[in-house]
Design a protein. Structure first.
Length: 423
């Protein structure tokens, strides 16, 4: 197969993935794994697919603004996806214009694609001539309001919204947590004594510490609650929703005796695989934690509850790209049920740490405050930190992080509350 035909084939896969996510509510991780099992492609082809699909979703609001400048009518579905992926490649990823435009035109000619080749060709050529200026486009609130799940940002002021969306348009950094303190490692930009980000263009698989099982991937916001929690050694700990395992690994590395629960079978297998790589041991059960027997009680229960995942939109941009609305009320009910289960599994004088990768009130403050109203024997235990992390802790002593740039790295949005069971 010649180079051009291969380019068309790979970009058609990109088109089909974006179409399935936008209009059929597929998740990127799921469909990308399907593609890897079905298609016989080079690693470079899979990297291209990954880069273009994720970048197209992160940047779709910017691209929408460009499309509106160059088209008189709203493009039909196939035409929109073709323009989205092609403009992302031309303007933001700096791919070769002839490859991008010619492949898009060939895809538009296919019988199963409802698009006008001449229209696609004309629009993309005009955009390519002005791409330097188009790269400077900034967002306005009216672009944000086009998103189906924009309601998740209702209680956030305009400037903060713009700041979040500008942040999540950037590619995420790979944040690693290490078993031991980081000394002089030229491949890592140090963020804490035990964590940092990979420098640009360094593959994680080339890192000796990763190959040797001395570190794992975990976002800064996800690792912060346990990083700021001291005296974990010898505690009996339950990690209620454990996969892919970052918090379990932190706990084991701190000397805790850890029981890890994961509901989904494939995620549970991934957790076991990660534990083996790190040469860690944990008592793992693949079961719905709500069905777990309550005969054993724990000193510490860590509940990283299922949520909208809005905080991880830079890494998982599907949520803002899809047309399907998130059922935030169902999320809240599940979080309350999990909090009540955690209560029943916790010893008196024990600690409950509630974590969600969200900044939405209904998944953060509301479940915690409603739980405290019902369970008067619990009190808030503040997260205390050194000065450089104080901006990430609110007046309640909760960790509250929006997707942002912090200490030179892009971090995800997270919320965490620490509660003490007094009686």
């Amino acid at each position: 197969m010649n180079e051009f035909k291969k380019g068309v084939e790979v970009r058609l896969i990109i088109h089909n993935i974006l179409f399935a996510i936008k209009y059929k509510n597929f998740n990127f991780d799921y469909i990308f794994e399907k593609v890897k099992k079905r298609e016989d492609l080079k690693t470079s082809d899979y990297n291209l697919i990954n880069d273009v699909v994720l970048s197209s979703m992160r940047l779709h609001l910017y691209v929408n603004k460009i499309i509106n400048l160059y088209t008189k009518k709203k493009p039909k579905k196939d035409q929109y996806i073709l323009l989205l992926s092609s403009i992302t490649q031309l303007v933001y990823l700096n791919y070769q214009n002839y490859a991008v435009i010619n492949c898009a035109v060939e895809i538009a000619k296919l019988d199963k694609i409802i698009a006008v080749p001449g229209f696609i060709n004309s629009v993309l050529k005009n955009i390519d001539q002005n791409k330097s200026e188009l790269k400077k486009i900034v967002l306005e609130e009216k672009q944000l309001s086009q998103i189906t799940n924009y309601f998740l940002f209702d209680k956030i002021d305009r400037n903060k919204k713009i700041e979040i969306f500008e942040s999540i348009a950037q590619k995420p950094h790979t944040h690693l947590v290490f078993k031991k303190k980081i000394n002089n490692n030229k491949q890592i930009i140090k963020i804490t004594n035990f964590s940092g980000i990979l420098k640009n263009k360094i593959s994680i698989n080339s890192l000796d510490e990763f190959k040797n099982g001395d570190c794992w991937v975990q976002d800064f916001g996800a690792m912060l609650p346990l990083y700021l929690t001291k005296k974990l050694k010898n505690l009996n700990v339950l990690d209620m929703c454990a996969a892919p395992g970052g918090k379990t690994f932190q706990l084991i590395n701190s000397g805790a005796k850890v029981h890890s629960i994961e509901k989904e079978h494939l995620r549970g297998l991934k957790l076991k695989e990660n534990l083996n790589r790190l040469k860690f041991n944990s008592n793992i059960k693949i079961i719905d934690v709500l069905k777990l027997k309550e005969d054993k009680k724990f000193n510490l229960v860590v509940l990283d509850a299922p949520c909208s995942s809005i905080g991880t939109i830079r890494r998982n941009p599907d949520i803002l790209f899809k047309n399907k609305k998130v059922n935030i009320n169902q999320m809240y009910k599940n979080q309350i049920n999990l909090l009540e289960k955690a209560n029943r599994l916790l010893l008196v004088n024990g600690t409950l740490i509630y974590i969600v990768c969200s900044f939405v009130n209904q998944e953060t403050y509301k479940p915690i405050m409603d739980f405290l109203k019902k369970n008067k024997n619990f009190s808030i235990e503040r997260f205390n930190s050194e000065k450089k992390y104080s901006s990430l802790i609110d007046s309640n002593g909760f960790i509250k992080i929006f997707p942002q740039k912090f200490s030179g790295t892009f971090i995800d949005g997270f919320f965490a509350a620490k509660l003490k069971k007094n009686a």
